[in-house]
Ligand binder design. Structure first.
Ligand SMILES: *Cc1c(COP(=O)(O)O)cnc(C)c1O
Length: 431
């Protein structure tokens, strides 16, 4: 295991915005009522102006505010690690690197966007942020970020996770957030679903509906989304920009960049800064997005306009989607359950610039355990999707003898996901 570190002053000072470089422009979000292109004015009920501007910006480089850099510096720059033990275990000539985002206090890449989102909202006088969370990684990241800028955080947590995964709820409460199991009786959306089905286990789409509804009804309250949107991918590019500097220190450039995809933010965050050279014809790097076989948004979803939530409050976005009422099968333990995909990632996939692979969960956990036993870090089940495909690509290099440089995003640690590991180790997980 070999770590490549940057100095504190080497944290990027700008995020990379890919919008002006896309081969064709993104289709505009549509108003859920009129189905016409969304009037940005209407988004102001949900988001601060700074983020609405970033969502549509044509500036390639966007400055990171110093207040955000101050909080980033608690855990950034994150290490880039050469997986020498894994390489040896696989007996591969490939060089495997991973960017380790799990050292952030909430344990994943998500605070990279939670911090600027809390900052811009506080700056515009917002007192409270509502959001949804599945397993709790996003909710805990926003709870963590809210404290630095005096913003109250209310999290609608998918009910089945609320019941089965108490530790991230406790983490959110420790950082001062108010956590509500969703569907809840406190919103019209929640009540409607509970009337039809009192035992509804909840879904991300339902929780988003509840969080958006509360924000729309209160002028001092905004909504925060942890993935999918352009500004979220923008903030996450800090990952790829750091990785690029770190690889340059050892005179390497990736042949293959891999990330797991739920809504597309950790993949985009690592991949987009390298896409810059691919788009200008200066590299032929391959980009691979990895999704669960039981939530195959890119490989099986349709590319069409869909809502971001279940009820239909959010703008319609042109993206890969399994349908806004999609709920993954209950045996699924590996996260990445969202029905849609970031419009940026969807567009790049349509343009043939990225590849997608769907992998069944037992193969994911096997890769995770092999990784833990060689590199020492227990990956988040989400991140293990990237581990699995990095291993597969490294094994192909063993066949061909190619010394490819493989870079993947280890988006988080799995220390609060041990129940899923227990199921795998006890042979209870099936595909
Ligand atoms: C949330 C999460 C993901 C999936 O979300 P993306 O927006 O696709 O990145 C992946 N890994 C970890 C550790 C997460 O917490």
């Amino acid at each position: 295991m070999k770590k490549i570190l940057l100095e504190d002053h080497e944290i990027p000072k700008h995020w990379y915005n890919i919008l002006p470089d896309l081969p064709s422009p993104l289709e505009p979000p549509l108003d859920p009522e009129t189905k016409q292109p969304m009037n940005p004015e209407k988004l102001k009920a949900l988001f601060p102006e700074a983020l609405i501007e970033q969502e549509m910006s044509t500036e390639r480089w966007i400055e990171i505010p110093s207040e955000v850099l101050d909080v980033y510096s608690i855990w950034r720059p994150t290490p880039l690690i050469r997986a020498t033990n894994l390489e040896e275990f696989l007996d591969t000539p490939a060089k495997i690197y991973y960017k380790y985002e799990g050292i952030a206090p909430p344990g994943s890449h998500k605070p990279n966007t939670a911090v600027p989102q809390a900052y811009y909202n506080a700056k515009e006088g917002i007192k409270k942020l509502t959001t949804e969370t599945g397993a709790g990684q996003w909710g805990s990241s926003l709870a963590f970020a809210g404290q630095y800028f005096g913003v109250e955080v209310k999290v609608y947590m998918v009910k089945v996770s609320y019941q089965q995964k108490p530790y991230r709820r406790i983490l959110m409460e420790t950082w001062g957030a108010n956590v509500i199991p969703s569907p809840s009786p406190y919103t019209k959306s929640g009540r409607k679903i509970l009337e039809q089905d009192p035992d509804n286990p909840g879904s991300l789409g339902i929780a988003i509906s509840e969080a958006v509804e509360e924000a729309l009804e209160n002028s001092d309250t905004h909504y925060a989304l942890g993935s999918v949107l352009n500004h979220v991918l923008l903030h996450q590019t800090v990952i790829g920009l750091e990785a690029k500097k770190q690889l340059a220190k050892v005179k390497h450039y990736p042949d293959i960049v891999i990330g797991s995809v739920g809504g597309g933010s950790n993949f985009g965050g690592l991949a987009l800064p390298f896409m810059l050279e691919r788009l200008s014809g200066d590299s032929c790097t391959r980009f691979i997005a990895v999704e669960p076989a039981s939530c195959p948004t890119l490989t099986k979803g349709k590319y069409e306009y869909d809502f971001g939530d279940t009820v239909g409050f959010t703008p319609l976005m042109k993206m890969h989607t399994l349908g806004h009422d999609f709920i993954p099968p209950s045996i699924h333990a590996g996260g990445l359950r969202y029905h849609g995909m970031a419009p940026i990632v969807s567009k790049l996939y349509e343009e043939g610039l990225i590849e997608a692979v769907a992998v069944p969960q037992t193969a994911i956990f096997k890769a995770a355990v092999d990784f833990a036993r060689t590199e020492g870090i227990v990956p988040a089940p989400e991140s293990a999707h990237a581990v699995k495909v990095a291993i597969d690509e490294a094994l192909k290099c063993r066949e061909t003898g190619e010394q490819k440089v493989i870079l993947f995003n280890l988006s988080g640690h799995g220390l609060l996901d041990l129940t899923a590991y227990q199921k795998y180790l006890e042979g209870e997980l099936t595909d």
